[in-house]
Write a protein that binds this ligand. Structure first.
Ligand code: SAM
Length: 401
């Protein structure tokens, strides 16, 4: 089976480390809150509502409670944490867009630890094209604080240019970046039933949270599944997958707020044909806890990340419907190389052997097909700008969408 069809990892779930007592107490409170929501429902809460609470319930959800998430000491590692060259390549892509626009700002969604913002600002300063404002839209108040600390620590003289927004800007001109944002949006889960599409609900049963499938309640779910899956795919009964119904309204709002510029979405995912492949019969849902990946969203609720892969065909389609043009679709490796990754590595000082070796290791991790190079894709959506983005000059796989 090629790598792109490997099923969701079940991981060595037996070997998951135990949370400490304090973390367990937070998780127990969150489960109680979820159980109350289930008690008030008819037949359980839709899966996306469960995922939203598990990740974002105020004070308790994974992204808003205080645990360390990113990097070697957290639960997972993202590209900006792997190597500063990732941010440097993105800065070069931003520079091309800002030059093309003549003026503009940066807007980052879901800025995580704040490292990408800090490293991009440092590189933009080196390139002499600092924007007047680097705006961040971050849903988690706790992460907003961490981001400010990170930027203050790494580029203290540039923190004045950073602004944390509470809502989308109006008439935005510039470069928008969202690295691993779409995979963190709550998704609906569905199953191909005997007669029709069924929706996943979360119920409380026998002392724990469980998944049950039933007649869809979420408006638009059935139609979205039917649109996403071509009839010729012939998905077998019992086939389970996910669908992100929230990205459409997010992209529509973003298109409305933008006058001109480029949105770059980077995430792990596939085009629809690969995403809804008959062999991917358990979907793409994945949980991360202390660098172990497994597929049980009801373990360590609120203490582990829950994600799903991105259907880039759907993201591109709703983007076009919202008023964007397709700027390109490629792999992370091609995008970074198109933005000069090899030259950046060659420019690093080989005299500082430890630093140089760390950069080489980082480049391998970012670009090798077996690591992040091909699993991660980059989709660009343009509005009000005619530009051949340099990140897509080596390969553009738009025809696969
Ligand atoms: C998987 S993390 C990625 C973090 C960072 N971009 C990186 O690459 O390291 C997802 C981030 O998106 C944020 N987030 C999730 N949904 C969001 C939304 N609708 N608007 C803004 N931020 C969001 C989370 O709080 C978190 O910071």
């Amino acid at each position: 089976m090629p790598d792109c069809l490997s099923p969701t990892p079940t991981g060595s779930i037996k070997n998951l480390p135990m949370p400490d007592d304090m973390a367990q107490a937070v998780s127990d409170r969150l489960v109680k809150q979820i159980k109350r929501a289930i008690d008030q429902s008819q037949a359980g809460i839709p899966f996306d509502r469960f995922m939203e609470m598990a990740l974002y319930a105020p004070g308790l959800g994974y992204y808003v409670a205080g645990s360390r998430k990113f990097g070697e000491e957290g639960d997972f590692i993202t590209s900006p944490e792997v190597s500063p060259l990732f941010a440097q390549c993105l800065a070069r892509q931003a520079q091309q867009v800002l030059d093309g626009l003549g003026e503009g700002e940066l807007l980052e969604f879901g800025a995580g630890s704040g490292l990408l913002a800090a490293d991009m600002l440092a590189e933009l300063e080196r390139l002499d094209c600092l924007p007047s404002r680097y705006a961040i839209l971050e849903i988690s108040p706790e992460l907003q604080i961490r981001q400010r600390e990170m930027i203050e620590q790494r580029v203290p003289h540039l923190v004045g240019r950073v602004e944390w927004l509470q809502a989308l800007p109006v008439q935005f001109n510039g470069f928008v970046i969202a690295n691993e944002l779409l995979d963190a949006m709550p998704v609906s889960r569905f199953r191909m039933g005997e007669a029709d599409i069924e929706e996943s609900f979360v119920v409380y049963d026998g002392g724990g949270l469980k998944e049950r499938f039933g007649e869809p309640e979420t408006p638009g779910l059935k139609m979205a599944v039917e649109n996403a899956i071509q009839p010729e795919e012939g998905l077998p009964e019992g086939y389970i997958s996910e669908i992100n119904l929230r990205q459409a309204s997010w992209l529509r709002a973003l298109a409305q707020s933008m006058r001109s510029g480029v949105v770059v979405l980077i995430d792990y995912g596939y085009c629809a044909k690969e995403y809804f492949h008959p062999q991917r019969s358990r979907g793409t849902l994945m949980c991360h806890y202390r660098h172990r990946a497994h597929a049980d969203p009801f373990r360590c609720v609120g203490l582990q990340d829950i994600t799903s892969h991105v259907d880039f065909t759907a993201a591109a389609r709703v983007g076009l419907e919202a008023g964007f043009h397709l700027g390109g679709y490629t792999t992370q490796a091609h995008f970074l190389l198109g933005n000069g990754l090899d030259a950046l590595l060659a420019d690093s000082d080989p005299g500082d052997v430890a630093k140089h070796m760390a950069l080489v290791q980082g480049v391998k991790r970012l670009t090798l097909p077996s690591e992040m190079g091909e699993r991660f894709k980059v989709l660009a959506l343009n509005k009000g700008i005619d530009i051949n983005l340099q990140g897509f000059t080596l390969r553009d796989f738009c025809e696969r969408l």
